[in-house]
Structure formats: C-alpha cells, structure tokens
Unconditional design. Structure first.
Length: 67
C-alpha cells in the first residue's frame, strides 16, 4: 500500500509548481512525485539535484518528525 502526502510549501524541482509535490512511501521505498508534471524523485534523502529548493528537504524532515 502506497501512502501519499502533500508537502506544504514544497516546490517541484522540475516545473517549479508550488504545493504539487507529494511525498510517497511504499514499505521501505520513499520518493517524491509532482502531480503537475509527473516528475518523480527517488530517495529524496539524497537529492539528485543540488539546486533543489531547501524547502523540500525541510518539509520532509518535518513530516518524519510527526509520526
Ligand atoms: Zn513538477
């Protein structure tokens, strides 16, 4: 079962859409997906794009702290 949660304030690194990025988890696999352009980022803990907005990483940390 895949759990999906939108990340408030996160901006897609591909199309720069705000609040369109979802954090997804299926067991031990975690990734980010953009509902606007379908961009998928695997293993968001180690960003492939060094220029990705810091707000994405910050939001992920906050999500993990909630549980
Ligand atoms: Zn996008």
């Amino acid at each position: 079962m895949i759990k999906r949660q939108f990340i408030a304030g996160a901006r897609c690194p591909a199309c720069h859409a705000l609040d369109k990025v979802r954090f997804c988890r299926d067991g031990e696999r975690e990734w980010l997906e953009c509902v606007a352009c379908k961009q998928v980022t695997e293993n968001p803990g180690e960003p492939e794009h060094p220029n990705a907005p810091e707000t994405v990483a910050v939001s992920i940390v906050r999500l993990q702290e909630k549980k």
